[in-house]
Design a protein around this ligand. Structure first.
Ligand code: HEC
Length: 103
């Protein structure tokens, strides 16, 4: 292999890393993200305790609440600390995923 080719492959490997982080709207994986919510909101967001269920709720409502926790307009105990770490695309993916789950 020539040195030129080796450089091209190394450059490609470096370029592929950040690509997933730059995923555009709609590319976030709601199913994978949602797993982080099950410990409190129940298996697949169906609830289980004091914490409200998310399954089958309106996607727009879930997204509005997550955005509200993130920007501080909706008060809470736990969600205001969690919500800011999600991008807009991730919030949409999460809301869409939970809305599709049968309650
Ligand atoms: C550590 C526990 C915990 C985790 C993990 C968690 N939540 Fe919550 N969630 C809560 C609590 C508690 C509330 C009630 C508001 C508050 O006190 O923050 C809540 C409220 C909500 C609400 C508003 C529900 C309503 O009817 O008012 C939404 C939407 C929500 N969470 C979405 C999510 C999503 C999506 C995830 C995963 C990314 C998630 N939550 C992860 C504990 C959690």
């Amino acid at each position: 292999m020539s040195g030129h080719h080796r450089l091209a492959i190394a450059t490609l490997a470096v370029a592929l890393g950040p690509l997933s982080a730059l995923a555009g709207p709609g590319d976030a994986d709601g199913a994978a993200l949602a797993v982080a919510c099950f410990s409190c909101h129940g298996p697949e967001g169906r609830g289980g305790g004091e914490i409200p269920a998310l399954a089958g709720r309106d996607a727009g409502e879930i997204a509005r609440q997550l955005s509200g926790y993130a920007d501080g307009s909706i008060p809470g105990t736990i969600m205001p600390r969690l919500a800011p770490s999600y991008t807009g695309a991730e919030v949409t993916a999460l809301a869409d995923w939970f809305a599709e789950v049968a309650p």
